[in-house]
Design a protein around this ligand. Sequence first.
Ligand code: GUN
Ligand code: FE
Length: 427
Amino acid sequence: MKKIVIKNAEIVTMNNLNEIVHGDLLIENDRIAAVGRQINEHGIEKVIDGKGKTVIPGFVQTHIHLCQSLFRGQADDLELMDWLKKKIWPLEASHDEESSYYSAMLGIGELIQSGTTTIIDMETVHYADFAFQAIAESGIRALSGKVMMDKGKEVPKLLQENTEQSLQESVNLLEKWHDYDSGRIQYAFCPRFVVSCTEELLTNVRDLAAYYRTKIHTHAAENRGEIEIVERERGMRNIVYLDHIGLANPNLILAHCVWLNDEEKEIIKARGVKVSHCPGSNLKLASGVAEIPDMLGMDVIVSLGADGAPCNNNLDMFNEMRLAAVIQKPVHGPTAMNAKTVFQMATIGGAKAAGLEGEIGSLEVGKKADLAILNLNDFHVYPSFGVDTISRIVYSATRADVETTIINGKIVMENRNLKTMDKGIIL
Ligand code: GUN
Ligand code: FE
């Protein structure tokens, strides 16, 4: 049995009993075997000195487009629909086998460097197989799938697909990658958004996801222009429409959810739909400020995602947490979103969205060993009297404070050296 121990660390467990403990954390193979108690080093291959370090659950990002990592920054002055038509769709259409692989590796490198250990990812129409290859080699935990878009005159020819092709290619990928590496990789169906999908496609996705027991990952109610198109073409508000066709269920992950009325929030709550809040992207694409305090008040499960590199410029969860905390303050007051709530969204909230709350999202015996070791001693994050660790992480920490990242019991970055990506981008 392969054993790793982290000695004498501060451990942010986020379990229900002890938020933070001090002591050792033992990993046996891919799982956590002990948290907090002293571990004898005898017979343990790898001992990591955790003195002065902070161990946290790896971040779970519930809305990422690895296929857009090569297009970083391509959204300085556009709103969603123009940005898709003028920039993103033509760029996605330019992908080939190699660029899809390297785009994914570039994104994964950044994610692992900044402590993210699980992603819910949406690839482009073609070449998703090569992104899955990168995911498999890198060691990151992922739910991913090819984007589905069988509708839209303004879509470049190379991205156009018919309903049958879209469904068949998704199922082919699912059969190849779902449950790969003992479930580290899962397939998720990814209809792009209602604007790009026929009702036939969406209802087939509903049925296939139920049959294969997979998640469905899509965008919804991100931008006012988008919801106007949905209302005009389908005669209903975005979330009402998703419910009307039977897609609103606990396995649905909705990115953004900025423009919801009360009825739509009630549907999300009643159906157990999961929300992926993307504050960085919502700001940069001028989409709006999602009403997250409202949703949390209704006990909706909210998680966090950086979205793609074009509409955020980085995939760093520290950035996302900080934005999630601060953007609510001018609207709802200084206590609208406390640091612990944001940290929960970034960890256990994401695990719940992915349906993996029994496996990841907190540091507990029996869960998968997905974690990051932080060094919170640099000038910008040094402890100040009375400021707790979680507040320091949310408001002060950066990706540079992540020293080591472990996923599924494997060290994928050690002392900032990425380990498992020899064929990918060397950062
Ligand atoms: N809505 C439909 N496609 C996309 C996309 O690629 N990114 C974002 N942010 N929103 C979308
Ligand atoms: Fe997106």
